[in-house]
Ligand binder design. Sequence first.
Ligand SMILES: Cc1cc2nc3c(=O)[nH]c(=O)nc-3n(C[C@H](O)[C@H](O)[C@H](O)COP(=O)(O)OP(=O)(O)OC[C@H]3O[C@@H](n4cnc5c(N)ncnc54)[C@H](O)[C@@H]3O)c2cc1C
Length: 406
Amino acid sequence: MPQTCIIIGASHAAAQLVLSLRQEGWTGKITVIGDEASLPYQHPPLSKTFLRGDKAANEIFIRPQAFYEKHNIDFILETRVESIHPASKSIILSSGEILKYDKLALCTGSRVRQLTLPGVELNGVHYLRTLRDGEGIKSDMTSAKEAVIVGGGYIGLETAASLKTLGIEVTVVEMASRVLARVTAPVMAEFYTRMHQEEGVVIKTGVTVSTFEGKGKIERVICTDGSHLNTDLVVIGVGIIPNVELAEVAGLDVDNGILVDEFARTNDPDIVAAGDCTNHPNALYGQHLRLESVPNALEQPKSAAASICGKEKAYNALPWFWSDQYDLKLKIAGLSQGHDQVVIRGDKNNSRSFVAFYLKSGKLIAADCVNRPREFLVCKRLIASGSAIDVARLKDENTSPEDFAI
Ligand SMILES: Cc1cc2nc3c(=O)[nH]c(=O)nc-3n(C[C@H](O)[C@H](O)[C@H](O)COP(=O)(O)OP(=O)(O)OC[C@H]3O[C@@H](n4cnc5c(N)ncnc54)[C@H](O)[C@@H]3O)c2cc1C
């Protein structure tokens, strides 16, 4: 009897998992169930090229329909999986249909954290997670002259950069005392604040939104510092929450994400999980991580596919990230949390290109590389291999990145 693998979530991770499953030799049925209307697509362009109109919706699909047809992958779209029943190895869909599986993969991703403030339901107030969200913002953008971005994380800042590039006046309201507070060091926050201010974006930190006002449509944002910001468009980017409820109710171990081992296996031998929704061990940093990134959604499914096929392929990749704002291409190698030293290469105060290296006890643990692709590639390799580096060489622009290692 051919076996059936069901994947929940027509996601970034799912698009990789179906390919990896076929590469690992899975000849059985593969069914992907997703609650959105479309085949898996890339989310990063939603705040960048798609928002600016440089890429259309049909250009951000991860794989074309023909790929899935060729590899015999079935999709059930616009359908939620309501529950998982491990004892009978079955799931129940929002249509009421019951499907049996032999192997199950949870690629449920994450959803936006929502605000409960007065007026948040007004037209013109958006979140940004899905293609539908992106289309909603684009539609309101055409008539917008002023926009308020709530949240100064990467998605908020990328959205601010895209809107400003299109000629819209933008104000970013951030509750913390600096932008990017949750994700990076003060040196990066200072740099991006300067960049946005040079582009004409207003950044208000240490300020909280209290109310959204308007007659049916957003007209102004009221902040706790007493300011009233007139606006035609609001985009809220205040973080995400992993979609773990299905797993939790099914009795799978969950703790800030679905708990999996380095092989993407949950505590049920027939269920794996991959992508934003997981909390997984990382041998390089010796800790559990819940990552919100495309590289994670591309690498972890390779381990999940191997596990489904009865093999073991550990997921131990170095975490890395990127962010595009204006002409600034930021690439981040590794995780900087816990650093005790920051070394700067380049002129971060007067140029648009530099590197912030993060060290812990003299060991390189992360690097934020702004318009520095060569340093990024070298640092990725050095951090992953744990190589010893000469700290003095990091900041010396006369030393080539290839010579950072001792
Ligand atoms: C605007 C934006 C910009 C970004 N920019 C970057 C970037 O520059 N670099 C980077 O590395 N990362 C970026 N990311 C993050 C990156 O896109 C995510 O980390 C990645 O998409 C996660 O993939 P995933 O497969 O885990 O989940 P997702 O791609 O989020 O997909 C999960 C899917 O599962 C569906 N689902 C959930 N529950 C169910 C259910 N019960 N039944 C059916 N379907 C269900 C969801 O609706 C969703 O379609 C960005 C994200 C956004 C939103």
